[in-house]
Design a protein around this ligand. Structure first.
Ligand code: NAP
Length: 321
């Protein structure tokens, strides 16, 4: 989603069109919500955001989504989600909201294509992995660079991989990768890890895990696929070229929630929801990675989306009863 942090807008525009339920985001959470809401005959409108299909569509193959014993392409799964929601009447539009006013209902949103007023809103804007922003990263993403060990670890059976980061995610995912990879080398910019002590101990003692300290990745090298990573020791300035088959980047995620700052309760930029996906604003629900700092899986996001739609349906029924 395009997210800008701007002041709320007035919710009185005569030009705005009206929806009963608007869903922001077309990842698993948004499209599962759309499916459930469409089957409840709410004719939901989904604004896809700039990344149609969400993060899952960037993943080569998904092998842990039930129902696909041979795996399914991430983009293909996204298409199937969309097709199924549309079959029941959901309308998916390639559009992004960039300003929102949740202070009164109907909620008012300004999008790239106009203005929308909606009786209920499901926020499923997802999260984006923080990128290294170094040469080669963009070009080789999906060709040996990954941001998800659970999704892509299997492809590195008996291969040498690098993990960038020193937090819990880097070590947890790094340990997961030892199931497949012949070696997992953690490149960390300091000489001590941010991760918790239990994970640190397990990682430091693992025979397949190695550590390169005080070092940053400066370039990912390869033509068709990752071949090496160029590194620089931040203390000595010494540069090295490390031949490698894969690079996993775990330097944090950012939920795409900036647009809602100051209007809805959040914790560490994640939208706070109760166990019914309700946010601090009545009529606004959130699902998926925008509201989930813990699981970040396709299936958990889809489950949250379905729950949010069921609750939004109840909300709309009660309020018109
Ligand atoms: P994180 O705790 O923010 O750690 C990010 C790591 O990446 C840090 O080690 C940081 O280095 C490094 N880093 C950041 N920007 C970088 C850059 N540009 N270049 C190189 N390195 C960079 O993120 P996380 O590991 O994803 O964890 C997020 C939250 O989830 C944390 O609260 C964590 O405790 C929690 N979590 C918990 C578990 C668990 O308990 N099992 C598992 C996963 C996540 P510095 O250390 O130098 O800052």
């Amino acid at each position: 989603m395009t997210v800008l942090n701007e002041a709320p807008v007035s919710s009185s525009s005569a030009a705005a069109r009206h929806t009963r339920l608007l869903i922001l985001g077309s990842g698993p959470a948004g499209l599962a919500a759309a499916l459930y809401a469409a089957r409840a005959e709410l004719a939901p409108v989904v604004l896809s955001g700039t990344e149609l299909g969400g993060q899952v569509s960037l993943t080569y193959t998904i092998e842990n989504y039930p129902g696909f014993p041979d795996g399914v392409g991430g983009a293909e799964l996204g298409n199937l989600f969309q097709k199924q929601a549309e079959r029941f009447g959901a309308q998916v539009e390639f559009d992004s909201a960039y300003r929102v006013d949740l202070s009164k209902r109907p909620f008012n949103l300004v999008t790239d294509n106009g203005e929308i007023q909606t009786d209920a809103l499901i926020i499923a804007t997802g999260a984006s992995p923080i990128l290294l922003n170094i040469p080669g990263e963009k070009e080789l993403t999906g060709k040996g660079i990954s941001y998800c060990a659970t999704c892509d670890g299997w492809f590195f059976k008996d291969k040498k991989v690098v993990v960038v980061g020193g937090g819990d995610t880097a070590l947890e995912e790094g340990l997961f990768l030892t199931r497949y990879a012949s070696s997992v080398t953690v490149i960390h910019r300091r000489d001590s890890l941010r991760a918790g002590v239990v994970l640190q101990k397990r990682a430091l003692e693992h025979p397949k895990m190695k550590f390169i300290w005080n070092t940053v990745a400066t370039e990912i090298v390869g033509r068709e696929k990752v071949e090496a990573v160029r590194t620089k020791n931040v203390q000595t300035g010494e540069e090295s070229l490390l031949p490698i088959d894969g690079v996993f980047v775990f330097i944090g995620h950012t939920p795409n929630t900036k647009m809602f700052e100051g209007q809805i309760e959040m914790e560490n930029a994640y939208i706070k929801v109760d166990n019914r996906m309700k946010t601090s604003v009545a009529g606004v629900f959130a699902a998926g990675e925008a509201a989930d700092p813990h699981f970040r899986q396709v299936i958990t996001s889809a489950g949250m989306g379905a729950a949010a739609a069921i609750e939004a349906t109840h909300f709309l029924e009660h309020e018109t009863a």
